[in-house]
Design a protein around this ligand. Structure first.
Ligand code: TGC
Ligand code: FAD
Length: 392
């Protein structure tokens, strides 16, 4: 990839709504990204390499569990800080943001919110520092959009349970030290439990041949009569609202993050079209290019206002999961559309790794699918405004 010259677009002076601390957090993450990630991300993605060596650095930077209280190793920060972090990471690569989202929102958050004090103190500091990597197992081969259809289950066996089943499409799983797994108990109730690498019968095969999120590692979780101590079951949550509550936190991060993709594609397209000359002048001087740029910045600005307001509602404890769904869906749509337009505006160069566009575009095909597909989020909004459930 050519030199990372990224500057974030801020057409409506949204920086004025940020505190000095917010700006410091954003600039710190941006500087780290430009130094440690941008120079190599294209190569890692081309070679499907997961840069595991960055995990402890991400821990040190504070991007794992930024809203988790400091006493457990988290950042004790607000949701604007969390959003800004995810935006800075994802504007470089969605796979890197995935690593942060899974660790913070899907592994640390449930341990913090639903776990026992022993579970919190045992796992959270090591996950926050990046000493341990975690993954989140909800999706199964036959239960994706409808996680309630899961078959993974456990049976009581005294001081432990016996876990059987499998999970598919699990970010980080081949490298994970711990997995937060959602399974049904003998009454068919969804419960969460922590499974550790090394437990007999637990394996994590990698999924190969992805065209998307190639710098993120994806795999399976396979449980073949795994003995899990009862102490590893979350005591404070029962039912599907457990995993769905984690998804609300992660989807919030994606809403900010995917917008980062849009901002990076716009930034690159603006620079490229002002420099690239055809017919004797910069292509940015042609009306068709200006239309694309003007529409991009309009959509980005609307998206920025939406996620900023959402973060304020999150800080006040007033945001609904349905509002989060709308923002996740909106940011993914903006990012995909802008990536596709930006690809064309870069001409032939747009298909190369000299520019981040094609990688962003392919990554977004995963982002628009995971954490609830585009259509699932549309139906969540539809249900919210009509009061009628289209799923059942
Ligand atoms: P439903 O009956 O609507 O709800 C069951 C219970 O859950 C509550 N609830 C939520 N709570 C918190 N946050 C949310 N977003 C919630 N959505 C629902 C709900 O109030 C109810 O509570 P209670 O007290 O009444 O029991 O459930 P349903 O079975 O009808 O499903 C609804 C539906 C389809 C919207 C839901 O299943 C869904 O969101 N499906 C999409 C599945 C999904 O997003 N999977 C993601 C897997 S993880 C992943 O992709 C990680 S990628 C990570 C990365 O790399 O970044
Ligand atoms: P399906 O649910 O089979 O959906 C197929 C199509 O049918 C979609 O277009 C969907 O919108 C549509 N559809 C389904 N139901 C309806 C309906 N009621 N009405 C209209 N249309 C419908 N999961 C995890 O648990 N942990 C992870 O870490 C994780 N990481 C992932 C990483 C990657 C790279 C990917 C691609 C996925 C990951 N997932 C993870 C799984 C992801 O959440 C699922 O892929 C997603 O929820 C969709 O499930 P599915 O693939 O089974 O598709």
């Amino acid at each position: 990839m050519s030199q990372d010259l990224y500057q974030h677009p801020d057409y409506y002076a949204l920086d004025d709504l940020l505190t000095d601390e917010h700006k410091l957090i954003r600039d710190t993450v941006r500087a780290w990204i430009k130094k440690e990630v941008s120079p190599s991300i294209e190569e890692w993605a081309q070679h499907c390499h997961f840069p595991k060596h960055l995990v402890p650095q991400m821990g040190e930077l504070g991007v794992f569990g930024p809203t988790v209280p400091v006493e457990y190793g988290g950042g004790g920060l607000d949701y604007i800080s969390y959003g800004l972090m995810m935006q800075e990471i994802e504007r470089c690569d969605s796979g890197m943001r995935s690593t942060a989202s899974v660790q913070g929102s899907l592994v640390m958050y449930p341990i913090y919110a639903y776990g026992s004090e022993e579970q919190r103190t045992k796992y959270l500091p090591k996950l926050a520092s990046g000493e341990w990597l975690g993954c989140f197992g909800l999706t199964e081969p036959d239960a994706g959009s409808n996680p309630d259809g899961m078959l993974t289950n456990y049976k009581d066996a005294g001081d432990h349970v016996i876990l059987n089943g499998s999970k598919l499409w699990i970010s980080n799983s081949p490298f994970a030290d711990v997995a937060v797994v959602w399974a049904k108990d003998e009454e068919g109730i969804v419960r969460g439990l922590i499974v550790e690498r090394g437990m007999e019968g637990f394996t994590t095969p990698e999924i190969h041949n992805k065209w998307s999120l190639r710098a993120s590692c994806t795999g399976e979780l396979v449980f073949d009569n795994v003995k899990v101590p009862k102490a590893n079951i979350f005591p404070n949550i029962k039912g599907l609202k457990g995993p769905l509550g984690c998804l609300t936190k992660a989807r919030f991060g994606i809403a900010w993050g995917a917008l980062g993709v849009a901002m990076d594609c716009y930034d690159s397209a603006l620079r490229y079209t002002k420099q690239r000359e055809q017919f004797g002048k910069p292509i940015a001087g042609f009306q068709l290019q200006q239309k694309k740029l003007a529409e991009m910045i309009t959509e980005i600005t609307k998206g920025q206002l939406l996620v900023w307001r959402l973060a304020v509602l999150m800080n006040e404890g007033k945001a609904t999961p349905q509002q989060v769904s709308m923002a996740k869906r909106n940011s993914c749509e903006i990012a995909l559309n802008i990536a596709r337009d930006a690809r064309q505006m870069h001409g032939g160069m747009g298909i190369t790794g000299e520019y981040p566009i094609m990688r962003h575009m392919m990554n977004m095909e995963s982002v628009v699918t995971y954490e609830g597909t585009h259509d699932i989020h549309l139906l969540i909004t539809g249900m919210d405004v009509t009061g009628i459930n289209a799923f059942k």
